[in-house]
Design a protein around this ligand. Structure first.
Ligand SMILES: CCCCCCCCCC/C=C\CCCCCCCC(=O)SCCNC(=O)CCNC(=O)[C@H](O)C(C)(C)COP(=O)(O)OP(=O)(O)OC[C@H]1O[C@@H](n2cnc3c(N)ncnc32)[C@H](O)[C@@H]1OP(=O)(O)O
Ligand SMILES: Cc1cc2nc3c(=O)[nH]c(=O)nc-3n(C[C@H](O)[C@H](O)[C@H](O)COP(=O)(O)OP(=O)(O)OC[C@H]3O[C@@H](n4cnc5c(N)ncnc54)[C@H](O)[C@@H]3O)c2cc1C
Length: 671
């Protein structure tokens, strides 16, 4: 942890007040002491020589300078973490090295590296979609950065509806090549990260045509720029899409093909093949295995949501400890804003949520590895449930994380609005993750498809998979009895998810009986279906968080156990209070129970308050990674804000020329 000599006295006081061993919680979050040591080792290698520093503040650079600076730092960073990147050669290796690379990358890039997609999607797609021969050809090149690539699926006209993509890959048996073509403006590839200027290769998702028949979308490895001159190859039109809310150093791009030819071997053929004569051979047992990269990235994004939220609450809690405002008791000094109950209400749920998502992401990752292992043995039975689960968790974690990061900004008042606070960049990054890799609503509707089918299984008394086992109790005809214990609240969350799914099924059936088609009845019910999928995903998250904390703290010291338990219960109370209407509908909760719950919630905030700074210190986020004037370990907030203000190019001269050119003539009435 970085410590400067002078630490703000309020933070010194807060750290003295903390009653648990901060390092023990850090180990818990990292998944064990060895992981913490390994992470710190990589952080030291990547950060200690200051290579992440910018010549001038990135926010003062032009877009072109920002991009070039980001490429410069990518090359430095890539050479520093070369060994760790090379280890990403198996999807199972999403361990501490991957997470440490992810964390340290944020010291180098306030927005993103143009090579994000090289490791976020290009390498994972090679790993998941290639035959062994293709893998041995492309993986070493991609991992060794001999080729730089991205993943171009989305088009100007379609992102969500993959089956609607228009780019075509038509097999020509005469030359044993695929001809890639963009027939319309809406078929232009759009969005792929790094495509604008950086990459020379691209995995392109296109509609496969052979022998006059369309076989759906498949990925193709496509060289788009000359490996020597980096010029776009003939038949390729490529460029950058322009300024965005965030990701501005990521050169997202567009791409179009004019009857562009690639060898037959460049179709990624793990799940289907086109033989030399043009015969199409389907290998995969499950129709959606070509969507595998998306499933992988959705799992990664849950961990990313946790990490970014941890950063935001570290900033906001440390700042709230040093910020003093208002004088409710005239005889006393102004309190730290962290002492206001409303401030605690804004912030402590953010800490608890960061823990919840972190633990869920590890659990989801382990479950994913089980699914992958089964698929290696040819068994795809669990993929459907996993797709529903990962879709729901990705949707909720990215959306909640973005909302809570914004709440952290509110908690920092005016200074939170400064770019130098670090929060705006965090928000701009995370809010995009709600959309990319599958939009929030769209993914929850995928979860809902699975839930409706699971409900029908339960109704028919057929066996249920673990994440929906609670549906077996949905047919008792009685409201679930309210019980404010943690297990009782989780049962209530499951009851309201079950109630909402049942209501959806009833509505769909009613509408179909009234003459609507299945598609129309489903469409009319989608508002409720999204709510049901949200309730289900929240029940899974609450249950997983609680179970994992109980398991992980079984041998913890008493105070660590206590504070971890308090956060878990806070999470449960918070969401119960957010959903009082639903609880009244689907459980026996009474008005008095809810009044008691609100009171218990407020008391819990008071109990957590002395440990708040210790809790965010336990995330162990180095100042270099936080990039925040408000959130540094030493709490020298005002000094840092002033230092940053003086870096503004407008402060380089006492009077700006605009005064003489425009204002003075206006003042003198000469305009
Ligand atoms: C040197 C520097 C180093 C720096 C290192 C840094 C390292 C950092 C690492 C960073 C990590 C991550 C960064 C990631 C950045 C990501 C950027 C974003 C990239 C993108 O956005 S890429 C584009 C993503 N696009 C999407 O997600 C599209 C969303 N749409 C879909 O997923 C689907 O099309 C759909 C909406 C789900 C519907 O598809 P479709 O119409 O074909 O299917 P149906 O609705 O008809 O359903 C049929 C049937 O299939 C089931 N199903 C659907 N999808 C799946 C699936 N994926 N798996 C399994 N089953 C699936 C569905 O449930 C139906 O089943 P049923 O018939 O009901 O039984
Ligand atoms: C920063 C960023 C980086 C990206 N990087 C990449 C990349 O590297 N490669 C790549 O291929 N793509 C990339 N994308 C694209 C991204 O995957 C898509 O934008 C995303 O999947 C959403 O699709 P869309 O834009 O088509 O939204 P749309 O589907 O057009 O969504 C518009 C609205 O319609 C709603 N909607 C759509 N379909 C339905 C439905 N069936 N039912 C109900 N509502 C619906 C949505 O909920 C949303 O409210 C990136 C996007 C962003 C923002």
């Amino acid at each position: 942890m970085s410590q400067t000599t002078e630490v703000n006295p309020d933070l010194v006081m807060e750290r003295a007040k903390c009653n648990f061993n901060v390092l023990e919680v850090t180990h818990l979050i990292d998944g064990g002491e060895q992981n913490t040591l390994q992470r710190k080792k990589i952080e030291n290698i990547a950060l200690n020589d200051g290579a992440w520093k910018d010549p001038i503040g990135e926010e003062h650079m032009t877009p072109k300078e920002k991009y070039e600076n980001s490429v410069r730092k990518t090359c430095i960073y890539g050479s520093i973490v070369k060994n760790e990147l090379a280890e990403l050669s198996g999807m199972e290796s999403f361990g501490m090295n991957f997470l440490a690379v992810r964390r340290t990358a944020d010291a180098f890039f306030k927005e993103v590296t143009p090579l994000l997609q090289q490791f976020g999607q290009f390498v994972p797609t090679i790993l998941g979609q290639c035959t062994p021969e293709q893998l041995s050809c492309w993986l070493p090149k991609a991992l060794g950065l001999k080729i730089i690539g991205t993943y171009a699926q989305t088009e100007l006209g379609h992102g969500t509806f993959i089956r609607g993509l228009e780019t075509t890959a038509t097999y020509d048996p005469e030359t044993e090549e695929f001809v890639l073509h963009s027939p319309t403006l809406s078929s232009y590839k759009w969005w792929a990260g790094g495509l604008g200027k950086t990459v020379n290769y691209c995995i392109v998702v296109a509609q496969l045509y052979t022998k006059g028949e369309c076989h759906g979308t498949y990925p193709f490895m496509v060289p788009i720029r000359d490996e020597d001159t980096h010029m776009p190859l003939p038949g390729i039109k490529v460029g950058e899409i322009g300024p965005k809310m965030g990701y501005n150093t990521g050169d997202n791009g567009f791409l179009a093909f004019n009857n562009y030819r690639i060898p037959r071997e460049n179709m990624l053929m793990k799940h289907a093949q086109v033989l030399k004569d043009g015969t199409y051979v389907k290998v995969a047992r499950h129709g959606k295995l070509t969507y595998g990269t998306m499933v992988f990235v959705r799992v990664v994004l849950v961990s990313d949501a946790a990490f970014n939220l941890a950063k935001a609450c570290t900033i906001a809690v440390r700042y709230s400890a040093i910020r003093r405002q208002s004088r409710p008791r005239p005889e006393e000094p102004e309190p730290q804003v962290l002492d206001y109950a409303t401030q605690q209400h804004k912030l402590f749920i953010a800490i608890a949520t960061a823990h919840a998502f972190q633990l869920c992401s590890v659990w989801l990752w382990d479950s994913y590895n089980v699914v992958l292992a089964q698929m290696k043995d040819g068994n795809t039975d669990t993929l459907t449930e996993f797709h529903a689960l990962s879709s729901g968790m990705k949707a909720i974690s990215t959306s909640d994380s973005a909302q809570l990061i914004e709440q952290c900004r509110h908690a920092c008042g005016g200074h939170g609005y400064m770019i130098s606070s670090g929060i705006p960049n965090l928000y701009n990054y995370v809010t995009a993750t709600r959309t990319l890799e599958g939009d929030y609503t769209v993914l929850l509707l995928q979860t809902a498809r699975f839930l409706v089918k699971a409900y029908e299984q339960a109704e028919a008394k057929k066996p249920l998979t673990p994440s929906v086992a609670y549906l077996a109790h949905a047919f008792s005809g009685r409201k679930t009895t309210w019980d404010s214990s943690p297990d009782g609240i989780i049962r209530s969350f499951q009851a309201l998810a079950a109630g909402k799914i049942a209501a959806c099924v009833r509505n769909i059936r009613k509408r179909m009986q009234a003459g609507l088609s299945q598609v129309d009845a489903w469409e009319m019910s989608t508002i409720q279906l999204v709510a049901a999928a949200e309730a289900h995903s929240r029940a899974v998250i609450a249950d997983t968080y609680r179970r994992e904390i109980v398991r992980l703290t079984a041998n913890s010291s008493p105070n660590v156990k206590a504070v971890m338990e308090q956060l878990t219960i806070l999470y449960l109370y918070y969401w119960a209070l957010e959903r009082t209407g639903d609880l009244l509908m689907y459980t026996s909760v009474s008005e008095k129970d809810l009044v008691d719950l609100q009171e218990a919630y407020e008391e819990l905030l008071l109990k957590i308050r002395p440990n708040a700074v210790g809790l965010v210190d336990a995330f162990d986020l180095r100042d270099e990674i936080l990039h925040s004037t408000l959130g540094s370990y030493d709490g020298r907030v005002y000094e840092r804000l002033m230092e940053e203000a003086l870096k503004s190019p407008l402060n380089k001269e006492p009077v700006n020329q605009a005064h003489f050119k425009y204002l003075k003539p206006l003042i003198q009435g000469k305009l």
